[in-house]
Ligand binder design. Structure first.
Ligand code: NAP
Length: 259
């Protein structure tokens, strides 16, 4: 399928590895020029070079913490007229509901709610003026089905989901489409780290932990960044113009509901 976005420009945040990289690659495959961001320069530059040589698109790198205002401003400055925005950042740490104080909540809100909102506030006016734009926010399955140990993430991502629900409908008539993509378990460095931690604390091998988690997913395996990226690229395509403010779950069937 021709996604109809060749020659457009996308900002993809937190994109040197994992799901962000999957989205960047799928957009590059559709002919989209990229601004990609991450905190570690070496991995980011390596990823950029691999994408350039595989897909022949322009890739600009901006090293920095997307949750920090000054770094975020440099990311926006690299493509102030971006047609496509994919928001992403690391998730907050796990814990118990009684562990967290105000500062922990402010950090989580900054990372997983206020940062994507600030990025949208910076780029939506131009998209509306030009009459075309696409935004995909990478959130989590925890928006639909809370993960008890991830209370900070559950809270912050719920706030972002509420903002998108209203804002997506306010900009829809301008040709701007905003949706959220909700990953279930995907085979990324983050999933590997979580498996490693669980293996250590339970005295199991990483393979045993992984097999148990995969067994809890109806598909019987983890998702891939490539599958995730392909869905993201579709949401950024010309074909997604009638999908407004949706929360698309990619979890291999884990969330058990008729609707
Ligand atoms: P990952 O494999 O650890 O990759 C994270 C990427 O984001 C890296 O490129 C990292 O590079 C970059 N990054 C992290 N924090 C950043 C920041 N503050 N500023 C700029 N770049 C940053 O993680 P992932 O699995 O792709 O997860 C992406 C998001 O999806 C997270 O919010 C995660 O909580 C959520 N999620 C993932 C899963 C899953 O199973 N994978 C499931 C549900 C939700 P640097 O470290 O160099 O900055």
């Amino acid at each position: 399928m021709d996604l109809g976005i060749s020659g457009r420009t996308a900002i993809v945040c937190a994109a040197s590895r994992g799901l962000g990289r999957g989205c960047a690659e799928a957009l590059a495959d559709a002919g989209v020029n990229l601004v990609i961001n991450a905190r570690s320069s070496d991995v980011l530059e390596e990823t950029a070079e691999e994408i350039r040589s595989s897909y022949g698109v322009e890739v600009t790198t901006v090293v920095g913490d997307i949750t920090a205002e000054a770094d975020r401003a440099r990311v926006i400055e690299a493509a102030p007229d971006a047609d496509i925005l994919v928001t992403n950042a690391g998730g907050p740490p796990p814990g118990l509901w009684s562990d967290w104080g105000r500062d922990d909540f402010i950090r989580a809100l900054d990372s997983n709610m206020l940062t994507p909102i600030a990025l949208m506030q910076a780029l939506l006016p131009g998209m509306c003026e030009r009459g075309w734009g696409r935004v995909v926010n990478i959130t989590s399955q925890s928006v639909k089905s809370p993960i008890p140990a991830l209370g900070l993430s559950n809270s912050a991502r719920a706030g972002l989901t509420g903002f998108v629900g209203g804002t997506s409908r306010q900009v829809a008539s301008k040709g701007v489409v905003i949706n959220n993509l909700l990953p279930g378990i995907h085979a990324t460095d983050r999933a590997n780290a979580l498996d490693g931690n669980a293996a250590k604390s339970e005295g199991l091998s990483v393979e045993q932990v992984r097999a148990r988690r995969a067994g809890s997913i109806p598909v019987g395996r983890y998702g891939t960044a490539k599958e995730f990226g392909a869905t993201c690229a579709f949401l950024c395509s010309i074909h997604a113009g009638y999908m407004i403010g949706q929360n698309i779950l990619l979890d291999g069937g884990t969330f058990n509901a008729t609707l």
